[in-house]
Design a protein around this ligand. Structure first.
Ligand SMILES: *Cc1c(COP(=O)(O)O)cnc(C)c1O
Length: 338
């Protein structure tokens, strides 16, 4: 069966690199949402905990519950399902969330500094503090998200400045409401490398930890190592004779006699149809014709096929980003840590 190999040494190398830039392991909040970017939630949480990471970021309460034994702190980005777990911190993405969350839970306010996706408007800060106090929620942090940290432009700078202003206003409100100082955080992977350090409580790092960060060429980047490799196994092989065509609609035609094989990876596994015409494996084998639901045909007949070891290469073939390539990989694929 097609399977995924996760390299512990590469993951730890990336975490060493990130910890060196942000100052300590304690400042790393590892983003494990969406099955740890397709790597496997429990596998990556276990490795992270072995390394000494104490903070995680997920999307839902269900994800948080699966890995709560691995961390001291878990930020839940978009869910209001109740839980009594005191390690969980719920993000407030809009004022309506405040009414939906259960009394006494930990919450963090997300503030919109310019991405205009999630988060309350800076003008809503006072109202939010008031409603949070009235609903008896425990406010522990305040954060925002960069929209263009990976591009060389002024955007990174003005968003940072807006966040600094919000911090000052928040400090006043925090004193007025008699709260402990809040944990502020803004940076994702790209922003961490732009800043070259971390002046906040923590960084929310995803793609860099998995080793497939991409920044605009003019921005410098440390060497990271991709953690995930995808393999597939041969189902059937044959010789394709000149003029014979392969797969649905026969979109590939052999020019000369060619030994080919079909492998057990297809779009139902997350190996997307859009890769087909541009895709090449690290060993130089190409996809022939269309990718099917459970199969794809390659220009080789070896038993075990290394499909990709760097999601950025597949992303280029599919005209997408490594994030989509990785999160497309279905949970049913076996994952093994080496
Ligand atoms: C996904 C996400 C991150 C991680 O971003 P990377 O680019 O993978 O480091 C950080 N913060 C929030 C709010 C996110 O949704």
């Amino acid at each position: 069966m097609a399977h995924i190999i996760l390299k512990r040494s590469s993951f730890f190398h990336n975490l060493d690199t990130i910890a060196a830039i942000c100052g300590s392991k304690e400042k790393i909040a590892l983003v494990l949402k969406d099955n740890a970017y397709g790597h496997g939630l429990v596998e990556m949480a276990t490795l992270a905990s072995e390394y000494g990471i104490t903070k995680a970021v997920v999307r839902s309460v269900a994800e948080a519950e699966m890995i709560e034994h691995c961390f001291r702190y878990i930020l839940i980005l978009a869910d209001t399902a109740p839980s009594t777990n005191t390690k969980f911190h719920y993000a407030i993405n809009c004022l309506d969330d405040i009414a939906a969350l259960h009394v006494n839970c930990n919450v963090e306010l997300k503030v919109d500094t310019g991405m205009h996706r999630n988060g309350i408007a800076p003008e809503e800060l006072e109202t939010a503090f008031k409603s949070i106090a009235a609903r008896q929620l425990r406010l522990t942090g305040l954060f925002s998200h960069h929209r263009s940290a990976d591009c060389l432009s002024s955007e990174w700078f003005w968003q940072r400045r807006r966040f600094e202003k919000i911090k000052i206003r928040t400090a006043n409100l925090q004193r007025r409401y008699g709260l402990k100082p809040l944990a502020f955080h803004l940076s994702n992977s790209a922003a961490l490398f732009r800043e070259g350090g971390c002046s906040d409580a923590m960084v929310r790092v995803g793609i860099a930890a998995y080793g497939v960060l991409e920044l605009e060429k003019s921005l410098s980047m440390p060497t990271l190592q991709p953690v995930l490799t995808l393999y597939a196994h041969k189902i059937a092989s044959r010789t394709l004779h000149p003029h014979e065509r392969v797969g649905y609609n026969g979109t590939y035609t052999a020019a000369v006699s060619q030994n080919i094989a079909t492998y057990d990876i297809g779009y139902a596994d997350g190996f997307m149809r859009s890769y087909a015409s541009q895709f090449q494996t690290p060993e130089g084998h190409t996809v022939l014709g269309r990718i099917s639901m459970d199969n794809s045909t390659f220009s080789t007949a070896q038993n075990k096929l290394l499909v990709f070891d760097d999601a950025r290469v597949a992303a280029a073939a599919g005209k997408t980003i490594a994030y989509e390539v990785l999160t497309a990989l279905k949970p049913h694929l076996p994952r093994k840590v080496v």
